[in-house]
Ligand binder design. Structure first.
Ligand code: HEC
Length: 444
C-alpha cells in the first residue's frame, strides 16, 4: 500500500522552516493587483491562516502568520482593528455569540477580546505547543482548543480550570463541539477521530488510516473530518462511518460547513477549494481563481457566500453555489474609493493600505489612523486614535521621505512595536509613486 503523504501541517520545527521559506518567497512585496480590490480584504502581512464570521454576517475575524489578527467590517469592507498579542502566528480564531472573540496562537496562548479594546480582556495559558484550532460551545460559555501538545482543552469563559482531554498520541489538529454542547470532537495526526463526552463518560475512538487535519460538526450531529489523503470522512454523532469522498489531490487543510450544514468547503494545501454537497456526498464544484492556495475558509449566514484566506495575504469572497470569485465579478463599482485615481500607479500601490487607512477628513479612522494631513504630522500624534505606546515616544515626522523609508525597511524595523502588519514595497519607483499619490490625496 502506498504510504499516506505526510501531513500538511508538519511538526513545529519543520513548519517553522517551511513558513520562513514561504515568507522569503513572498518577500512581502506589495504588488498592485489588476482586480478591483474592494471586494477583497487586504491587510495582512502573511498568509491568512484562520477565519471566522459573526452570526449576523457583519464582522469577520482573521488570523495570520504575520502574528496579528484583524477584525473586519464586512459591510464596509474595511479593517476595523488590528489585534496584537501573540508572539507568533495566529493559527485559530473564533467569534462568540455575544460579540467577543478569541484568538489562538502558535505561542500556545488563547486571548479573549472585546471589540474596540486594544488589549485582550482574558488570556488562557497552559498549552505547551502551538494551538491550531478553536471552537465555541453552542451556549457561548466555553472555548475548546486543539494543540500540538496532543491535548484538547475546554476553557470555561467565566473562569475556572480547563478540562484537559488527554489520549491523542500525536498533534491534535482540529476540534468542534457537538450541537448539544455535551461533547467535543477532535482529530489528530495519530490518526484518530475522538468524541469526548464532557461529563467524563467513555471516549469514542475512531482509528483511520490517514492523518486528519480539520473537523466540523453539522447541526444534525454528523461529523466531517478532512484528511491528509485529500478525503473527507463522515461519521454519525455516535462515530459510525457514514462514507467518504475525495475532495482534493493534496491534503485537506481546512474544512468549513455552511451554517445550515448543506455545503462543505474543503481547502487543499496545494490546490483549490472543493465545494461538497453534504447530503448527496458529491463534489459540486472546485473554486478556481486568484488567491490560491487557501489556508482557511468560513461561510456567511446566507449559506452560500464563502470567505477564504489565502497564501497571498488576502481575504476573498466567493459564491460557493456558482463558483464565482466575487472580487472578480463585481468590477470597479462606484464604491471603490480609488475609482477617481484610475491608472495612477501610486493609487494601485495604495490598494495595499486602503482596508486600514482613509484619505479624507470625514472618513475617519479605520484599523489605522486616517492619513489625511499625514505629511508634516509627527508620528502617533493624531488626536482620537489609540496609537501603540512605543510609537508615542518616537520623534519621526511623516514626510514623503520617511513614509517611503517606512515601507522600504518595513514597519517592524522602522517603528518597532507598531501594530501595523509587516509589509514592504521592494521597488523604489513604487514607493515614489505611493508618496506622490499620498501628496495628492491626503490634502496638504
Ligand atoms: C492591516 C491594517 C494596515 C494596513 C494594511 C496598513 N496600515 Fe498603516 N497603520 C496601521 C495601524 C494599526 C497603524 C497605527 C500603528 C500603531 O499605533 O501601532 C498604522 C500607522 C501608519 C502610519 C503612521 C501614522 C501616524 O499618524 O503616525 C502611516 C504613515 C501608515 N500607517 C501608512 C500606511 C501605508 C502607506 C500603507 C500601505 C502601503 C499602510 N499603512 C498599510 C494599519 C495598517
Amino acid at each position: 500500500m502506498r504510504r499516506t503523504p505526510s501531513l500538511s501541517l508538519p511538526r513545529k520545527r519543520e513548519r517553522g522552516r517551511w513558513v520562513n521559506n514561504l515568507f522569503l518567497l513572498l518577500a512581502f512585496t506589495l504588488v498592485s493587483s489588476t482586480l478591483p480590490a474592494h471586494a477583497q480584504l487586504r491587510g495582512h502581512g502573511g498568509p491568512v491562516r484562520a477565519l471566522a464570521i459573526s452570526p449576523d454576517g457583519a464582522t469577520a475575524l482573521s488570523g495570520s502568520f504575520d502574528t496579528s489578527a484583524i477584525r473586519w467590517s464586512l459591510t464596509r469592507n474595511a479593517a476595523e482593528q488590528v489585534l496584537r498579542f501573540h508572539e507568533s502566528a495566529v493559527n485559530a480564531v473564533a467569534i462568540l455569540p455575544d460579540g467577543r472573540f478569541a484568538t489562538g496562537g502558535e505561542d500556545g496562548k488563547i486571548a479573549i477580546w472585546r471589540p474596540g479594546l486594544p488589549e485582550p480582556i482574558q488570556t488562557f495559558t497552559g498549552h505547551t505547543a502551538p494551538i491550531v484550532a478553536l471552537a465555541v460551545s453552542p451556549d457561548g460559555k466555553r472555548i475548546a482548543s486543539a494543540s500540538w501538545d496532543r491535548t484538547v482543552r475546554v476553557w470555561p469563559l467565566d473562569g475556572g480550570a480547563p478540562q484537559v482531554l488527554e489520549g491523542h498520541q500525536q498533534n491534535v489538529n482540529g476540534v468542534a463541539f457537538t450541537p448539544d454542547g455535551k461533547s467535543v470532537v477532535s482529530v489528530s495526526h495519530d490518526p484518530q477521530v475522538r468524541i469526548w463526552p464532557l461529563d467524563g463518560g467513555q471516549t469514542t475512538i475512531i482509528p483511520l488510516l490517514s492523518p486528519l487535519n480539520s473537523v466540523g460538526v453539522a447541526r444534525d450531529g454528523e461529523i466531517v473530518a478532512g484528511g491528509g489523503d485529500g478525503k473527507l470522512y463522515f461519521f454519525s454523532a455516535q462515530g459510525e462511518p457514514r462514507g467518504e469522498i475525495a475532495a482534493a489531490e493534496t491534503p485537506v487543510i481546512s474544512v468549513a460547513l455552511s451554517p445550515d450544514g448543506k455545503l462543505i468547503a474543503a481547502a487543499g494545501i496545494r490546490g483549490s477549494v472543493a465545494i461538497i454537497d453534504r447530503a448527496e456526498r458529491t463534489l459540486t464544484r472546485t473554486l478556481v481563481g486568484p488567491g490560491l492556495p487557501v489556508w482557511s475558509a468560513a461561510f456567511f449566514p446566507d449559506n452560500r457566500t464563502l470567505l477564504t484566506g489565502g497564501t497571498d495575504r488576502m481575504v476573498r469572497r466567493w459564491d460557493a453555489v456558482t463558483g464565482d470569485h466575487i472580487g472578480a465579478v463585481a468590477m470597479a463599482g462606484s464604491d471603490d474609493p480609488l475609482a477617481a485615481y484610475a491608472g495612477d500607479r501610486g493609487a494601485e500601490v495604495y490598494r495595499g493600505c486602503v482596508a486600514c487607512h482613509t484619505l479624507t477628513p470625514d472618513e475617519g479612522n479605520r484599523a489605522g489612523p486616517t492619513l489625511h494631513g499625514i505629511f508634516g504630522r509627527r508620528i502617533a500624534s493624531l488626536p482620537g486614535y489609540n496609537f501603540s505606546e512605543p510609537l508615542k515616544k518616537m520623534s519621526i515626522v511623516w514626510t514623503p521621505e520617511t513614509v517611503a523609508k517606512l515601507f522600504e525597511v518595513g514597519p517592524m524595523a522602522y517603528t518597532p512595536g507598531t501594530k501595523m502588519p509587516e509589509q514592504t514595497i521592494g521597488n523604489a519607483e513604487d514607493r515614489q509613486a505611493l508618496v506622490e499619490f499620498l501628496k495628492k490625496a491626503t490634502g496638504k
